[in-house]
Design a protein around this ligand. Structure first.
Ligand code: SAM
Length: 246
C-alpha cells in the first residue's frame, strides 16, 4: 500500500510515485476523464488560455514539466500558431511512451517532444523557455521547492510559470460532496478500471497533503518568482497558480 508514504524518505516517495504512474500509464487518460468527470479538460483549457500561445509567426516554446502523456502540450500547440512548440519533461518512461504515440496519431510529433527528466534537475540551459507549466504534477515531486526553482531557472526573463494543482474546496456542501467523492469513489473506480486501488488511494492522499494556496504561493516567491497569484477553479477543487521570472 502507498499509505505509509508520509513518513518515508523522499527518494522512496519518488519510487512509489514512479510505480503508481507506471502501472496506470496505459489507462491514465481514460481515468482522468472518469475521475474528474471530464473537468480536467476545462481546467487545462483555462491554463492554455492564460498561456496565450501566439497565433502569428513569433516563436513560442513551452516547457511542460511532469507533462505525462502530453495533454497540456498538445492543447498549447493546437491553440498556437505553427511556430509554437512544446517540450514534455517527465520522469516516467511509461507515461512518455503513451504521449509519443498520441503525438504521432495527432500529427504533432514534430512540434511536441518528450524528454525523460526529473523536475528537480531539469536538463535544460538557463533562460531557454517562453513559459513553463506543471499540471497535476508538482504534488508528486518530493522536493517541490527544487522543481519551482528549476522552472524559474529555465524560463526566459518575463516568462511565466503556471502550476495547476488540486487545492482546497472552500464552499460549504461542495466540500462534503468532494470528500465523499474522493475518499470513497475514486479508489473504487481506480480498482475497477486499472485493478489497482492503491494507486488511486495514493492520489487522493497526495491531494490532501498539498499545501493551501497561500502557502504554495509563498513557495513560489521563495523560488524567486514574482507577481505570484492564484485563481481558485470549481469552488477550489483546483487552483491555477502563476508567477513570473523577472
Ligand atoms: N501533466 C499531466 C496531465 O495533466 O495530464 C500528467 C499529470 S500526472 C497526475 C503526474 C505526472 O508527474 C506523472 O506523469 C509522473 O510521472 C510525473 N512525475 C512525478 N514525479 C516527477 C518528477 N520528479 N519529475 C518529473 N515528473 C514527475
Amino acid at each position: 500500500t502507498h499509505f505509509g508514504y508520509r513518513t518515508v524518505p523522499l527518494d522512496d516517495k519518488q519510487r512509489m510515485v514512479d510505480e503508481v504512474f507506471h502501472s496506470v500509464a496505459r489507462r491514465y487518460d481514460l481515468m482522468n476523464d472518469l475521475m474528474s468527470l471530464g473537468l480536467h479538460r476545462a481546467w487545462k483549457d483555462l491554463l492554455v488560455s492564460r498561456l496565450r500561445p501566439p497565433r502569428g509567426a513569433r516563436p513560442f516554446h513551452l516547457l511542460d514539466v511532469a507533462g505525462g502523456t502530453g495533454d497540456v502540450s498538445f492543447r498549447t500547440v493546437e491553440a498556437g500558431g505553427p511556430t509554437t512548440r512544446a517540450t514534455v519533461a517527465d520522469i516516467n518512461g511509461g507515461m512518455l511512451a503513451v504521449g509519443r504515440e498520441r503525438a504521432a496519431s495527432l500529427g504533432l510529433a514534430d512540434r511536441v517532444e518528450f524528454v525523460e527528466a526529473n523536475a528537480e534537475e531539469l536538463p535544460f540551459p538557463d533562460k531557454s523557455f517562453d513559459a513553463a507549466t506543471v499540471a497535476f504534477g508538482i504534488r508528486n515531486v518530493p522536493r517541490m521547492d527544487k522543481a519551482l526553482s528549476e522552472m524559474r531557472r529555465v524560463l526566459k526573463p518575463g516568462g511565466t510559470c503556471f502550476v495547476l494543482e488540486f487545492s482546497r474546496v472552500d464552499v460549504p456542501v461542495l466540500d462534503a460532496i468532494y470528500d465523499a467523492y474522493s475518499f470513497k469513489l475514486i479508489p473504487g473506480m481506480g480498482k475497477l478500471v486499472t485493478g489497482d486501488a492503491d494507486s488511486y488511494q495514493y492520489l487522493v492522499e497526495s491531494i490532501r497533503k498539498f499545501p493551501p494556496p497561500e502557502v504554495f504561493a509563498e513557495m513560489m516567491r521563495t523560488a524567486g518568482l514574482r507577481r505570484v497569484a492564484w485563481t481558485p477553479l470549481t469552488g477550489g477543487v483546483v487552483a491555477l497558480h502563476s508567477g513570473v521570472r523577472i
